[in-house]
Design a protein. Sequence first.
Length: 356
Amino acid sequence: MGCEVSWFAALCDDDYEFLGVADPALQSSWEHCRNIALTAEQGGFDNILLPSGYAMGIDSVAFAAGMAPLLHRSQLLVAARMGEMWPPQLARQFATIDQMLGGRLTINIISSELPGQSWESAPRYRRTLEYMQVLRSLLGGEPVELHGEFIDIALDPPRLCPTVGGCPPLYFGGLSESARDVAARAADVFLMWPDTVAGTEKVLTDMRARAASYGRELRFGFRTHVIVRDTEAEARAAARRLLSKLDPQTGQQIIGRSLDTTSAGVARQTELRGESDDEGYAEENLWTGIGRARSGAGAAIVGDPDQVLAKLQAYQAVGMESFILSGYPHAAEADLFARYVLPKLDHGPLYQRAAG
């Protein structure tokens, strides 16, 4: 059973040798993040996630346009926060980048509060759904007419759109009731942050049923960190080293600067840490220590190459088809995973499209 294996380009000031200790050499910049992306392509990863955050780092869409001519095989999974840009303009930007990539664009939809805003979850997700509907129509080369709660528009598609393969696939995640409903109605790939294998299976079972109620099917992706070394002892030591200089107050400040700190997904990551043993392991080879200084995906698969492979295969067995991985520092850990584990996986892009 094949899967998509992606790496994470740390665009949002999220790269460290020691978690929580700022290193100017690892701060998000065009040069540093370009190096991560090129390392991932050279290592054989199928896709590269470009995250988005207003306060931190650099812009995902602009970065994608800069990277597109430099990549020859990897896809780009470009994150965009709904509400930051008028959907027709965002559709044109995505269509242009897709053309530059030769049809290798994928899109990570983020439902987020905007800087200076504070919205309740339900209306924020209703806005996200309307944005997704407009993007799917325009990027599919279809006219859109939507007189909704947040968007009132009647518009033909732009000339430039992905005419072969239609709209690039939309990856989307969230554990709240509102988020799950949006995913069931409008996403192609439902993304999860780390959880136990049993916890993951429970969410996937629920999401399959929700999608079926709308006459749809979902595919599933798993966003996690990874620490792989020659032996399990070395991998666990690397995990301990990563946290060895973390000041707890600094960790809380890093978590607090994110825009998603009150989400149901973040709450589940906190709960998972609370369920872990004294070393931070929620179950075999699933370490939650990263969540002490990171909002969002807060756990890592830790072990030797065979253990990491077996853990990924356990998630595959319950329905995961895409893995979006990261590690600290990102370029170095991408190289380690590419050498130790990636050759043992049957992998390739989840979606194959061609540019029009």
